[in-house]
Design a protein around this ligand. Sequence first.
Ligand code: NAD
Ligand code: DAU
Length: 332
Amino acid sequence: MQRILVTGGAGFIGCNFVHYIMEHTRLHVTVLDKLTYAGNLGSLAGLPPERYDFVKGDICDASLVDQLVAATDAVVHFAAESHNDNSLQEPRPFVDTNLVGTFTLIEAARKHGTRFHHVSTDEVYGDLALDDPARFTEESVYRPTSPYSATKAGSDMLVRAWVRSFGLQATISNCSNNYGPFQHVEKFIPRQITNVLDGARPRLYGNGLNVRDWIHVEDHSSAVAAILRNGRIGETYLIGADGERSNREVVEKILVRMGQPVESYDLVTDRPGHDVRYAIDSTKLRRELGWSPRYGDFDAGLADTVRWYQENEDWWRPQKADTESNYAKQGH
Ligand code: NAD
Ligand code: DAU
């Protein structure tokens, strides 16, 4: 394998994956990205031109996709509408990009016999109760609850069907909540860090007791790279780093790290249908592919992330005012 096509490479996880590939392999990377509000070319600045191309375009554009897939050895598919709150405001772009976009890509991959890796989420499995000892596994039943997670679940099903019916050379990964550099300020951790930097209070939905299973984005990248290299065709791998924390606990850690009183946050209107808890059992990935996370210590990863937002205001500042005015309309 010499060349890969990375969709959504100007987004949070996609750009971190591109940087990971540049550092750890000799592969040539072509990024295909529509540059929606979530895409940022600044996240890809400084990449070596002899190993990297950028194509601005839509994954729903069949002729562009066909041309790019024909010229690559593998596709790593990150592009998506990714934010639950937005999917509750305006679901249509989620159906277009997450379902029609994935369909367009796998049609091209099947035509050209191209290796395909589909990046998905643990949210396809719905949620778990706070007092339930269970965690999601590759055998968990699909029970998506939001327009975002329903379209991601649908995209997983399309990939599975194309593997079985057409022999598509595909793997799928479902990962838990990522944090780290280059994450849009609409998402939980960057929103709270940048609020504190702006002298505003962090905002917790509902009672703040919902639990997410946090993984550093670099560990997601290393897992996807391992699956691309050695994953078995047709298989699904869950990616997680045993990082369960309540939202309140995370906000308190951010406040303490940033020198603020631990209780200086507000409880705000809850998200409709708000999933209670996610938790990943990543035994299959660890046993089969020998993967393990490098960021075992959440506090250290969070400290790095706080520092990154402190040092990179030029990157996040242009997104902040619009994001907050959009949240204000939703009562968040
Ligand atoms: P993001 O919103 O930060 O980035 C998405 C990128 O896709 C942006 O650069 C955007 O411009 C691009 N894009 C959107 N629509 C497009 C289209 N029609 N054509 C081409 N490009 C388009 O998202 P993210 O958080 O980096 O998530 C990346 C992937 O990982 C998604 O598939 C998401 O479902 C999955 N995922 C995310 C998380 C998480 O915690 N963020 C966890 C598990 C899985
Ligand atoms: O589990 C993987 C998923 O994680 C990915 O598939 C999604 O793309 C990604 O956005 C993320 O989804 P969440 O809905 O869990 O992430 P979000 O950052 O929106 O919210 C995390 C938690 O924090 C959730 O319980 C809602 C809560 N929240 C969020 C915001 C923005 C707050 O309490 N306050 C906030 O201001």
